[in-house]
Write a new protein. Structure first.
Ligand SMILES: Nc1nc2c(ncn2[C@@H]2O[C@H](COP(=O)(O)OP(=O)(O)O)[C@@H](O)[C@H]2O)c(=O)[nH]1
Ligand SMILES: [Mg+2]
Length: 231
């Protein structure tokens, strides 16, 4: 059984906290994302979300965590998801279609946790996300993005609470791994893995990524494909 180990690291405790994938699964995922990917629509409320005809995989994270960059790296398309330094501009669910014929939709969830967010905006965000997570039958898995430099913050715990409560399985993805030293990355990965082990709906292993360097992107693609494999 061939394992894909390009970005595997051993945690400080000596065990691996990082997911490994079989080479053939990584290759199948690479092929899928090398094919057609297109933006479908933005939905400010649930009335506007597309008919649930294919499985969905959602991406959540604090604003500025690197979500747009990661979606672009994942899909191999530079301008698919807009990157910016102005947090909290979008409060919509963005849907992207992958494959021909379409295999799945990627859902870019609105970023959270920016400092100047007005209270009613935060409230609207909570309602939208909760309704989507609780009501979406085709939602196969969520990916929760955590900045490697900061680790899990209270706002990240909020979204993971919502996912646990809605019984939506999710995986934690560390972003911007190129921004810190390898030893610090190991430490933050070990700490993060330890924290999520206590969570009901979380996958125990992490995926370490850098959109800038392409690190962990093949694994993330494989994890997306794995998420819809049983649906
Ligand atoms: N060094 C580095 N910078 C990144 C990476 N991913 C995103 N960034 C930068 O972080 C900022 C926010 O990224 P963006 O993708 O817009 O984050 P979003 O708000 O979560 O969608 C931008 O300036 C990106 O260039 C990464 O993997 N490495
Ligand atoms: Mg963004």
């Amino acid at each position: 059984m061939a394992l894909f180990k390009a970005s595997r690291i051993e945690g400080v405790t000596g065990r691996s906290e990082v997911s490994v994938f079989e080479e053939e699964d990584v290759e199948a995922a690479r092929k899928l994302f090398a094919g057609p990917v297109s933006f479908l629509k933005s939905a400010p409320t649930l009335e506007f979300i597309p008919d649930p005809t294919v499985p969905e995989v959602a991406f959540a994270g604090r604003s500025n965590v690197g979500k747009s960059s990661l979606l672009n790296a994942l899909t191999n398309r530079n301008g698919l998801a807009r990157t910016s330094n102005t947090p909290g501009r979008t409060q919509e669910l963005n849907f992207f279609e992958v494959g021909e014929p379409m295999r799945l939709r990627l859902v870019d969830m609105p970023g959270y946790g920016f400092a100047e967010a007005p209270k009613d905006m935060v409230k609207r965000w909570r309602f939208l996300i909760n309704d989507y997570l609780r009501g979406r039958q085709v939602l196969a898995r969520a990916f929760v993005l955590i900045d490697s430099r900061h680790g899990i913050k209270p706002v990240d715990n909020d979204i993971m609470d919502m996912l646990d409560a809605a019984a939506v399985s999710y995986r934690v993805v560390m972003t911007k791994a190129d921004k810190i030293k390898a030893t610090d990355l190991e430490a933050v990965a070990a700490r993060t893995a330890e924290t999520i082990r206590k969570r009901a709906a979380a996958h125990p292993d992490l995926i370490l990524t850098s959109s800038e360097k392409g690190m962990g992107i093949p694994e993330l693609r494989a994890a997306v494909l794995e998420a819809i494999a049983t649906t």
